[in-house]
Design a protein around this ligand. Sequence first.
Ligand code: DC
Length: 232
Amino acid sequence: MSGRLPIRRLIIAIDGPSGAGKSTVAKRVAEALGYPYIDTGAMYRAVALAVIEKGIEAGDDLEMTRLSESVEMEFQLTDRGQRLLLNGRDVTEAIRTPEVTRLSSPVSAIPGVRRSLVAKQQRMGAGGGVVMEGRDIGSVVFPNADVKVFLTASPLERARRRWNQLTRDGYQVTVEQILKDQAERDERDSTRPDSPLRQMPDALFIDSDRLSVDGVVKLILDRCAELASLSR
Ligand code: DC
C-alpha cells in the first residue's frame, strides 16, 4: 500500500453524526497514512466542560464565545493514545461524561464558538497531512479537502454502539434513553443555522451498518490511493 500513497500531504475530512464510527475509522486511516488525527468534537466538548467549570449561565453566548477564544487546546499522542489538553490539563476522560455530551451540542451551535474553534482547526491542519473528523470539516473547515467522507449508520446501530461504550465506562443507561438524546442532538446539529451537519455532494457516502471497520477504512484508503495514481 505505502508504495501507492500520495507524495502530497492530503487533507482527509470525515463528517457524520455521532456513533457512526468516525473516531475509530479516522484513527485507523491516520495510522495507515502516518498522519495526525484531529477529533473536532472533542474540542467542542472541551469548551462545554470549561463552561460547566466556570459556571457560565445557559444562554450567555457572549461569555461562552470569549471562553472559547481564550482557551488553549492541544492534541498529544502518548503511549495511552491521543490525549486532549485544555490549558495544559488532560481532559480526555472528563469530556466524555453524559453532562458534557449533552451541553456540547447547544455550545457548538453558538456562531462565535464555532468561529474560534474553526480557526484553531484550520491552523492545526494548515500544512496538510491530516485526518480531521467532525460535522463541518468538508463543508466549512476544509472545503477543499482532498478526500471527503460522509460516514453514517442507522440510529439504532449508533445508539447500540454508544450504549456499549457508556456501559463499558461504568454508566447505567438504556438504549431507549440514548436513542432519545441522540435524536435531539441529531436534530439540533443538522438544523442549526450555522454550519449544520450535511452531506457534501463531493463526499464519499459510507453507511457503516453493514460494513466492518476494516471495510470502511479500506474504502477511504482506496480513495487516497486513487488520488496518488491520478497525481502521478
Ligand atoms: O462528535 P462528538 O459527539 O464528540 O461532538 C460533540 C458535539 O459537537 C456534537 O453535538 C456536535 C458538535 N460538533 C460540531 O458541531 N462540529 C464539529 N466539527 C464536531 C462536533
